[in-house]
Design a protein around this ligand. Structure first.
Ligand SMILES: Cc1ncc(COP(=O)(O)O)c(C=O)c1O
Length: 337
């Protein structure tokens, strides 16, 4: 129905620039998803995907030499954008030895007086693991106790793709200096529409607004207008269906991998698992062998040192494709490695 709305908007309406911050009605809908923050529309900016939102947040918050504490393993863009902002990436471990779950002691050990920003991603790319409310609270309390006054950037792009009973929590419920970035890319399978947002502290958002105006002017008008439909009952129902489909695919992929003798992480959200290939070689060698057999995976070390020895495998493909992929992986491991 979002597609239908986009077609109607293209055919029937003029689609010049919107306000730089985005359509007020869309910003109101986004704000309404975070009632505990009591946001005004000025505290929400619609961006060209959450990737632009991450860029705005880091360029606004980070001065030369500041540390940005990033999950290891974590999304590849974080260290690079940190460096683009003149910051220094530092890392907290989500230990492979503990199924990539949060390690509060290591997190505390990595916080310093120079930590300006902490990046929190739940559910995670690449592991699909989520942080429990207790872990989010522990993270918030550790930052408060460190005296660093760091901001948290909470990357919630996968928050609507979960396979547990309840939607995963947001650290913004526990830590006031949180800037949230998110969007429609993953929850509604709209990656190419470039529709994201950033919200939080009024002064930070004012600076982000200025930067956004010069970088992008505004997010694509057609995408913004169509996105208004993402809060309708029909779209909420469609998201529920997408979640159910991914849940089925996840269970199918995990059963297939384990049935073929491979060990892998049970993700609580997103659409990835990490497959342990340590006994076959390095991540890059095994990923290349998989590529030769027609299966695209991502070597785990691309996400940080903690991902070495793993492959990130996505379950975006349908079930027959997943079955075929696992069969090829299994044959390649037996044959080549
Ligand atoms: C953790 C994470 N954050 C952000 C993004 C960027 O998504 P988009 O710019 O499409 O919102 C991705 C995309 O893969 C991601 O995995």
């Amino acid at each position: 129905m979002i597609r239908r709305e986009a077609v109607r908007v293209i055919q029937e309406e003029r689609n010049g620039y919107t306000l730089q911050a985005g359509l007020p009605a869309l910003r109101e809908r986004v704000a309404s998803d975070y009632p505990h923050l009591s946001l005004s529309t000025d505290q929400v900016i619609i961006t060209a995907g959450s990737q632009e939102a991450m860029y705005l947040a880091l360029l606004t918050l980070v001065e030369t030499g500041d540390e940005v504490l990033i999950p290891n393993p974590g999304f590849v863009a974080y260290p690079t954008i940190t460096q683009m902002a003149g910051g220094t990436p530092t890392f907290y471990r989500l230990p492979a030895a503990n199924d990539f779950s949060f390690d509060l002691d290591d997190f505390k050990a990595q916080l310093t007086a120079q930590t300006k920003v902490v990046v929190c991603t739940s559910p995670s790319n690449p592991t699909g693991r989520t942080l429990t409310n207790e872990e989010l609270r522990g993270m918030a309390q550790a930052i408060e106790a460190s005296g660093s006054a760091a901001f948290v950037i909470s990357d919630e792009i996968y928050r609507d793709l979960y396979f547990t009973g309840a939607r995963p929590g947001s650290i913004s419920e526990h830590y006031p200096r949180t800037i949230v970035i998110s969007g429609l890319s993953k929850s509604t399978c709209m990656t190419g529409w470039r529709l994201g947002w950033i919200l939080g502290d009024a002064a930070v958002l004012r600076a982000c607004h200025l930067l956004h105006g010069y970088v992008t002017t505004c997010a694509a008008t057609v995408s913004q207008k169509a996105a208004l439909a993402a809060w309708s009952d029909e779209a909420v129902q469609a998201r529920r269906q997408i979640r159910a489909t991914f849940h089925e695919r996840r269970d199918h992929l995990l059963a297939s991998l384990r049935g073929a003798g491979m060990s892998c992480v049970t993700p609580e959200g997103a659409f990835y698992t990490m497959v342990d290939i340590r006994r076959y070689g390095s991540s890059i060698e095994v990923a290349e062998a998989m590529l030769e057999t027609g299966v695209v995976t991502v070597p785990g070390n691309a996400f940080g040192s903690e991902g070495e020895g793993f492959l990130r495998v996505s379950f975006c493909a349908d079930m027959p494709m997943l079955t075929e992929g696992v069969a090829r992986m299994s044959a390649a491991l037996k044959r080549n490695l």
